[in-house]
Design a protein around this ligand. Structure first.
Ligand code: NAD
Ligand code: ZN
Length: 254
């Protein structure tokens, strides 16, 4: 059997993955590419066909809610047809068996939850939540809506009949303060894994540096180099699904 280079490097991670050892995992679009969900960047990236500033901003969606919702409705349909992959499954098993494990995701696809992950910190919201554009007084800030596809676009608020918005964080919008506080607290850990993220979008991209500053052993899992590659303790160059599958039998977090 030919050993992939990263297979020699699993021991330092596996021995740290003990129940109660305080592990924090940050995931990005790369954990879902194995499920068929395209990332934003790279050859298959969503931005190749759509420019973020045209669609994923409050101004763009206000200017043309029909176009904005076409895009979100299309993404919801795409994700509804995908299944969680081995990376989601391994992380779900760890969160279930280790109450000190923290999983922060930048993904909005809901695949971590579908795989059974618990206590997911959703940094950028969810495709499966919506809110009232005008924040009408009788509506909650966000609520779950699994309608796929929406029969009429753009969909309307069930409380006031006005425009609905996707429950995601758009470019230029702030992160929910509770999510920020939970993520900052999660950087106080022994092991920090950053998996499948291009590490370009702040403040999420700053979490790994914060964890390292606080003494964590930091690991990047990504087939490609990113801006954090030179600033972590260990880099595993490969896909999330292959590497997590290889770590899982060694981990004591089960
Ligand atoms: P990104 O698209 O910028 O980068 C994806 C990264 O994943 C790249 O570094 C790539 O090398 C890596 N990658 C590709 N295939 C991989 C695999 N099989 N295993 C491991 N890594 C792999 O993604 P990002 O950093 O999450 O971008 C930030 C924004 O993109 C987030 O705000 C997020 O909300 C949004 N986004 C989410 C989804 C989703 O929910 N699935 C999809 C696209 C974009
Ligand atoms: Zn409303």
């Amino acid at each position: 059997m030919t050993l992939m280079p990263w297979e020699r490097e699993l021991a330092p991670i596996a021995e740290r993955l003990r129940v109660g050892a305080r592990t924090t995992v940050l995931t990005g679009a790369g954990v879902s590419t194995g499920s068929g969900v395209p990332p934003f960047r790279g050859d298959e990236g969503l931005w190749r066909r759509y420019r973020p500033e045209t669609l994923a901003t409050p101004a763009a969606c206000q200017r043309d809610p029909g176009l904005g919702w076409d895009w979100y409705d299309w993404r919801r349909q795409l994700v509804a047809g995908c299944e969680p992959n081995r990376a989601h499954a391994v992380l779900a098993a760890w969160t279930r068996h280790d109450p000190t494990m923290r999983l922060i995701t930048q993904n909005v696809d809901g695949l971590h939850e579908r795989a059974g992950s618990e206590r997911v910190i959703r940094f950028h919201g969810s495709l499966w939540e919506v809110g009232c554009w005008d924040r009408c007084p009788s509506s909650p800030a966000r609520w779950s809506d699994l309608t796929v596809p929406f029969p009429v676009l753009p969909p309307t608020c069930r409380y006031c009949g006005g425009l609905l918005r996707p429950g995601v964080v758009w470019f230029g919008e702030g992160i929910d303060p509770t999510v920020l506080a939970d993520s900052e607290a999660a950087t106080a850990c022994e092991l920090f894994l950053t998996i499948g993220t291009s590490a370009l979008v702040y403040p999420a991209a700053g979490l790994v540096a914060r964890a390292r500053e606080r003494g964590a052993f930091t690991v990047e899992i990504n087939p490609d180099e990113t801006p954090v590659s030179d600033h972590v303790d260990l880099v595993l160059r490969g896909t999330a699904e292959a590497i997590l599958d290889a770590i899982e039998p060694h981990s004591a977090a089960r």
